[in-house]
Design a protein around this ligand. Structure first.
Ligand code: NDP
Length: 477
């Protein structure tokens, strides 16, 4: 993959060439890219601004057809996209292909949203008046994305932005620009007019900052600390912001849970996709009666998981996506041990036939809620167990953490599940299923500091990607 910047419909090379390497095999270069220059970034933002009037006025059927076509091409090319994703980010091929299909569904869903009626009509308290409420595009959208979902996150932001008549400048993560480049090619292939979608490669600063300054709306997914910087920057120009940020998601396991199911969903949430999901499970809050059996079974299942090359069909857990993240994971393990967390399994790098960033699924036991390891996001294949007495304590502990993204419960009791749903402070609650694994047609998001502003996806996406206009019409009748 040789990737460039897409500016006003033209692919342009920039400065500061860089390569991406396969985290399953560090000797393999996956892509060669170059960062957009300062003037390229300015041109991309200007192109998005120039393209806005025509795109926001584009016939709704034409816009819907185009988005549907992008989804269709993503489905057709799912294996190519998924393979590139596996080579650049390290997800298993099945996960990579699944993510490509998910991205396609976001475009298909938003194609439908173009056609869905958006306006409201009210009678007025004044004779001879009507009131009409309509939604209009926000304008130029700056989309800034992380490395862990290199096609799905750009896709759900871009699809929603375009569906609502906005134009886009996307800055993906430097670790995984390949899928964003492919998305640019597919959008062009589908016939998107020039300037409506622009892609700039570069660092958070200056490139991310520059597109925030030029935009009317910023949609950001990434770490909470970066989110704070983005929010401060956008505040300068009072630019509308939507952010999806970090998590420290809890799964509560009650005594009445189905043990097989609980072990399965805990392992899935904690270690699949190498733990690199914002909604992954990092805290297991387990009641006393089931604790020992649950921990033993979970530990054994962790040891059986096949960690290896992402493209090997037997692999269940791919490598850590990049070296800085692996170093963070290992430092996390050290600090957790130093504060007294007991390492039940994992914690170390694994050797495989290729030289890659392989890490064993890691489980800590005997931890307490207030420990650093239970208050800090790891974002790797690492989770810890906290023993509690009952549901009320479990709910208290689940909420006893600054993050508010997703939270799950394994229980056979309907009233326990309902109590948890009601009192959890997370943005998303999941019953008898992994804390991760979200669908595209319902809102995704959380309270601060795990999110900020309107939710993404589903019908909720119109809250961020459009502006409301209220018109009072004195028609005299
Ligand atoms: P980062 O916050 O490091 O980076 C995210 C993006 O922001 C990258 O494109 C990065 O560019 C860019 N960026 C960095 N600094 C700035 C800045 N000052 N101004 C503008 N843009 C900037 O996150 P990661 O890529 O490391 O992703 C992991 C994090 O993302 C985790 O904390 C995870 O929880 C969160 N996440 C949240 C999700 C959610 O839906 N809630 C989903 C997925 C991930 P650069 O290429 O230079 O790093």
């Amino acid at each position: 993959m040789n990737g460039q910047n897409l500016i006003d419909g033209e692919w342009r090379s920039g400065i500061d060439a860089f390569e991406t390497v396969n985290p399953s095999d560090l000797g393999e270069v996956v892509g060669r890219y170059s960062k957009a220059t300062e003037s390229d970034v300015a041109r991309a933002c200007a192109a998005a601004r120039d393209a806005l009037p025509a795109w926001s006025a584009c016939n709704m059927q034409a816009r819907a057809d185009l988005l549907r076509k992008v989804g269709d091409v993503l489905v057709e090319r799912r294996v190519a996209v998924g393979t590139l994703l596996s080579r650049e980010e390290g997800k298993t091929l099945a996960e990579g292909v699944g993510e490509a299909v998910y991205a396609a569904r976001c475009f298909h869903f938003q194609a439908g949203e173009v056609i869905r009626a958006q306006g409201q009509w009210y009678d007025s308290g004044r004779d001879g008046f009507n009131i009409v409420v309509t939604r209009e595009p926000v304008g130029v959208i700056a989309a800034i994305t992380p490395w862990n979902f290199p096609i799905a996150i750009p896709a759900w932001k871009v699809a929603a932005a375009l569906a609502h008549g906005n134009t886009v400048v996307l800055k993906p993560s430097n670790f995984v620009p390949g899928c964003a480049v492919l998305l640019g090619e597919i959008l062009q292939q589908a016939g998107l007019p020039r300037g409506v979608f622009n892609l700039v490669l570069g660092d958070g600063e200056p490139t991310g900052g520059a597109i925030i300054d030029a935009a009317d709306g910023v949609t950001f997914t990434g770490g909470t600390e970066t989110g704070r910087l983005v929010l401060r920057r956008a505040a300068e120009t009072m630019t509308k912001v939507q952010m999806e940020l970090g998590g420290k998601n809890a799964l509560v396991v009650l005594d009445d849970a189905d043990l097989d199911l609980a072990v399965d969903i805990a392992g899935n949430g904690a270690w699949r996709q190498t733990g690199q999901r914002c909604t992954g499970t990092e805290r297991l809050i387990v009641t006393r009666g089931i604790h020992d059996a649950f921990v033993e079974r979970l530990m054994n299942s962790a040891k059986r998981l096949q960690v290896g090359h992402a493209l090997d069909p037997d692999t269940e857990i791919g490598p850590v996506a990049n070296r800085p993240q692996l170093e963070k994971n290992l430092a996390f393990v050290e600090r957790a041990r130093a504060e007294g967390a007991e390492l039940a399994t994992g914690g170390e790098c694994l050797k495989r036939r290729t030289k890659g960033l392989f890490m064993a699924p890691t489980l800590f036991v005997g931890t307490r809620s207030e420990m650093w390891c239970n208050q800090t996001e790891a974002f790797g294949p690492i989770c810890s167990v906290i023993k509690v007495d009952d549901l009320d304590e479990a709910i208290h502990v689940a909420n006893d953490c600054p993050y508010r993204l997703s939270a799950g419960i394994a229980t056979a009791g309907l009233s326990s599940a309902e109590r948890f749903r009601r009192y959890s402070r997370a943005g998303m609650v999941i019953v008898n299923a992994p804390t991760a694994g979200l669908e595209y047609h319902v809102p995704l998001g959380a309270r601060a500091p795990s999110g900020f502003g309107p939710r993404e996806n589903g019908l909720a996406s119109s809250e961020f990607f459009s502006e409301t206009k209220t018109a009072y019409i004195n028609h005299g009748e």
